[in-house]
Design a protein around this ligand. Structure first.
Ligand code: FAD
Ligand SMILES: C=Cc1c2[nH]c(c1C)Cc1[nH]c(c(CCC(=O)O)c1C)Cc1[nH]c(c(C)c1CCC(=O)O)Cc1[nH]c(c(C)c1C=C)C2
Length: 471
């Protein structure tokens, strides 16, 4: 029997791939009373969609294609809502600096030649900065220090800091450059500059053979130039459909069943769940690394120490619905650089992507790396709501009261890939291999925090497990 720990999108995908490729008995063990993990949608009585966690998925690359193939497999194609590249939500993202909103530079090449506030020089000048700045040989660096060194302080402050907030709610001064800009860092390390590195790689690159895919939905996404997509009725439809599918395939699903301890023996593991102990052949853990650390630390303290050293941050999410179309500009939303010292990280303009009559739905995300500084240990939902409404008023000039709202406190919801993260993951994987532990690691703590990365981590783990069994 195989056990999958954790019923978020990582665990559900792992069960799905296991069920597709083996006849073995599979048991999914989830601590809470629902499946889906951070993917959670509230559908209000008047039909508004409040996403507590993720709302859109990127269709890019191998991981993006893999998720669209899963969507096809699950029969969800007709529920996909794409946002194409020319949609205002794909084009416009704002930052809030010195009490004003500024558009972040778009992919339009002309925009790099003009000075766009809050930047004081045209972006093209950053490329000259890069050509002049000395190279620094490093194993790793923070994304902030790398961008400040190569492209200048303004780009680090006004583009990279908000970007890091908008992806992992973290501090660019702590997050590894390899999380967001691995190839640019490698360009500096090999060629002394980002520009030179990109040019050298372009010369060296052989003409790529045309990309082939079997996934029809991915072909459509490429042809129609999707920027992101979501699901009609909310993203929770994905874990809901996965749940029905794995239950139809006789996977055993245990809810409200936190795993308390794992003890590994040769080729076996015993798990303690709600006081009962049972054995299995292999454990696929999709738990946050810190949670897994608690379960294995007694038997494997060194591994426990590494796993528990992957930090996480807490985000408060406040969804608000207002009567009327109240936004002055259409955009994906706005981000607040940490230098503004405000409790909010950003605001998503949900009804720009997904209009709903004459209404405005916004999602305010707050805290992240600075959660304790602004909100202390245990803020009440009312405090969080009032702070969100106050900032919507002052930033977006929306003075009416929301008609409906939802407040969610997502404790330790986003892992932080701090400087040294990739080396730590290598050490963790080496430890598991060297000790022959019947354990696979899946989920957002290791090789990417997006939904695509998590689903792909599940597929990769299952495929390598099946391969090991067959050889
Ligand atoms: C606010 C927010 C916005 C986001 N926006 C986006 C976005 O726009 N696009 C995107 O692609 N990604 C986004 N993400 C990231 C994405 O949602 C997550 O990375 C992904 O959902 C993580 O899935 P997971 O299965 O790895 O982990 P989780 O969802 O954390 O699932 C782990 C599960 O394990 C369970 N568990 C914990 N301990 C135990 C135990 N001892 N025993 C049994 N079960 C246990 C938990 O209850 C949970 O259900 C966002 C995340 C957040 C928080
Ligand atoms: C303000 C906080 C957050 C917002 N979204 C997230 C947080 C913490 C979480 C999140 N957003 C993205 C991902 C990664 C998805 C992936 O495929 O890897 C995660 C975990 C996507 C994303 N959101 C923004 C950007 C620039 C990206 C990267 C991919 C892309 O270009 O689409 C911008 C953004 N996020 C938020 C806002 C308000 C915002 C911009 C206005 C909310």
């Amino acid at each position: 029997m195989y056990v999958v720990l954790g019923g978020g999108i990582g665990g559900l995908s792992a069960v799905h791939y296991l069920k597709k490729s083996t006849w073995k008995h599979v048991k999914l063990i989830e601590a809470s009373n629902r499946l889906g993990g951070w993917i959670q949608t509230t559908r209000t009585p008047r039909g508004f969609i409040f996403e507590h966690g993720p709302r859109t998925v990127r269709p890019k690359g191998v991981a993006g294609e893999n998720t669209l193939a899963l969507i096809e497999d699950l029969g969800l194609v007709s529920r996909v809502v794409p946002i194409t590249h020319n949609h205002p939500a794909a084009q416009n993202r704002f930052i809030y600096v010195n009490k004003a909103l500024y558009a972040l530079p778009s992919s339009n090449i002309c925009s790099v030649f003009v000075t766009q506030p809050p930047f004081t020089k045209p972006l093209i000048s950053a490329l000259f900065h890069d050509l002049k700045a000395p190279k620094k040989l490093l194993k790793d660096d923070s994304v902030y220090d790398f961008v400040e060194r190569r492209l200048g302080k303004e780009i680090a402050e006004y583009a990279v800091c908000p970007l890091v907030c908008g992806i992992c709610a973290g501090d660019a001064k702590e997050i590894t450059v390899k999380f967001l800009m691995k190839s640019l860092f490698e360009a500096e390390q090999a060629h002394g500059s980002i520009v030179k590195g990109i040019l050298m790689n372009a010369i060296k690159r052989k003409s790529n053979s045309p990309f082939r895919t079997k996934c029809e939905l991915f072909k459509t996404a490429v042809k129609e130039k999707w920027n992101v997509w979501s699901l009609d009725g909310g993203l929770e439809l994905l874990p809901e459909t996965l749940t029905s599918s794995i239950k139809n395939q006789q996977a055993d699903v245990l809810l409200s069943s936190p795993c308390e301890e794992i003890v590994f023996q040769t080729g076996k593991a015993s798990l303690k769940v709600r006081g009962n102990v049972f054995e299995c052949d292999h454990v696929i853990s999709s738990l946050p690394a810190k949670q897994l650390a608690l379960l294995i630390a007694k038997q494997h303290p060194e591994l426990g120490e590494e796993l528990s050293s992957i930090p996480t941050v807490t985000v408060a999410v406040v969804n608000l619905q207002f009567e009327g179309r109240l936004l002055r500009q259409d955009a994906f939303g706005l981000l607040v650089p940490p230098s503004e010292d405000l409790p909010i990280l950003g605001i998503v303009f949900d009804t720009c992507c997904f209009p709903k009559g004459d209404n405005t739905v916004l999602t305010v995300m707050m805290g992240g790396r600075w959660f304790e500084k602004f909100f202390g240990e245990d803020p009440t939902p009312d405090t969080l709501l009032n702070i969100a409404v106050h900032h919507v008023r002052s930033i977006l000039h929306i003075s009416s009261a929301p008609e409906a709202h939802n407040v969610s406190l997502l404790n330790n919801c986003i892992p932080q890939y701090v400087v040294g993260h990739h080396e730590r993951i290598e050490r963790i994987k080496t430890y598991v291999n060297n000790h022959n532990l019947p354990l696979s690691l899946v989920g957002a703590s290791y090789d990417g925090v997006g939904i695509n990365d998590v689903i792909l981590s599940a597929r990769t783990a299952v495929e390598s497990l099946i391969k090991d069994i067959q050889t």
